[in-house]
Design a protein around this ligand. Structure first.
Ligand code: PHE
Length: 344
């Protein structure tokens, strides 16, 4: 019977050499090493052997099986490689077909407007300074001349944290003092910076107000900086941002950290001032709050208000984007709707 094993081995290996396709390989496997194959048949006859012969036969049969299995696997790999090469050569896979293009993302409309702001303010000599979203009550209010319990705090509904005195900034003005400390060198150097960032207010979400939105703050401090500098700077900005001939007007307003304070309107970009839906038939759109930095704030930032003066302004990129693109609902900005975002 050991001879039979040897014959089987030789015969099977010889047959394997002739095989060159997957189907025949499968047939070969069935014929020799499969569950109903020749090797299994031989093992079935083991019962007729003497107890001494049996283990020798069993061991040899196992070895034959291992040899044949290894030879089979090797052949299989060879055939698969060859078949793949053949397929490629015959062009069954057309590698010249154009692929499916992946959708390319774009910049969020807020990011686009912010970058336009940086560009314009950069051209006008302002550097960009990033301050923190999580602020102290001190920086957001007290140092800006809103003492505790000052009624002006009600203008901005605040998100408080579980830490006493730690809040989410309600406006980028919260970075004013930090910028003065960082660049003013104890009130000895002039500064011109813009502070962009997300602000948070505990407000009812509507088409016109969100609980989070960007602002971009600007401050300029120097000697002999006057209200006319502020008006000229803002007017120049509006022309660059909206329209070279855009009219601008200033209305008296109130902020605790500026004196005098103003709000800035630009001529409606849709109707050109004649009156339409967007400007609610006034011909004007509000774009900023601004004013001359209050002496108390200058002092808190390290400057001597007898010697130094400056102006500050705050603008909303989402509002600006809404005006420029006639977006009617601010909630679109954070809704992550591709149909909206894909338009920019
Ligand atoms: N921080 C003010 C607001 O959020 C805007 C502002 C900034 C006004 C700077 C004056 C000067 O409404």
């Amino acid at each position: 019977m050991l001879d039979q094993l040897e014959t089987l081995r030789e015969e099977a290996l010889a047959a394997l050499q002739m095989i060159s396709d997957s189907a025949s390989l499968q047939a070969w496997e069935g014929q020799y090493i499969g569950r109903k194959g020749a090797l299994t048949q031989l093992l079935r006859g083991m019962g007729g052997l003497s107890p001494e012969e049996r283990p020798i036969f069993g061991k040899t049969a196992n070895e034959v099986k291992q040899i044949l299995t290894a030879a089979h696997d090797e052949r299989q790999q060879l055939i698969q490689d060859r078949e793949l090469a053949q397929d490629l050569e015959q062009g069954e896979i057309d590698i010249t077909l154009p692929g499916r293009t992946a959708q390319i993302g774009g910049l969020h409309p807020s990011t686009q407007v912010l970058r336009r702001f940086y560009q314009i303010w950069g051209d006008m000599g302002f550097q960009v300074y990033r301050t923190r979203d999580v602020e102290t009550d001190d920086m957001n209010f007290t140092m800006l001349n809103f003492p505790p319990h000052h009624p002006a705090r009600d203008m901005q509904d605040t998100f408080y944290t579980t830490q006493p005195d730690v809040i989410l900034r309600t406006h980028t003005s919260a970075g004013q003092i930090r910028a003065m400390w960082e660049y003013g060198d104890h009130g000895t150097k002039p500064i011109r910076v813009v502070l962009p960032g997300m602000c948070y207010r505990f407000e009812q979400i509507t088409a016109r107000s969100e609980v989070q939105f960007h602002q971009i703050e600007g401050i300029a401090i120097g000697k002999n900086i006057r209200m006319t500098d502020l008006k000229g700077t803002i007017t120049e900005f509006a022309k660059r941002m909206f329209h070279p001939k855009a009219g601008v007007r200033f209305r008296a307003s109130y902020f605790p950290f500026t004196e005098p304070s103003m709000e800035v309107d630009v001529e409606c970009c849709v109707c050109g001032g004649k009156g339409c839906n967007l400007c609610k038939y006034s011909g004007w759109l509000e774009i900023a709050g601004c004013g001359m930095i209050h002496p108390v704030v200058l002092q808190n930032g390290g400057y001597d208000p007898a010697e130094w003066s400056g102006f500050a302004f705050g603008m909303g990129p989402e509002r600006t984007a809404m005006l420029k693109h006639r977006i009617t609902d601010i909630r679109y900005f954070w809704a992550n709707d591709q149909r909206f975002l894909g338009q920019f």
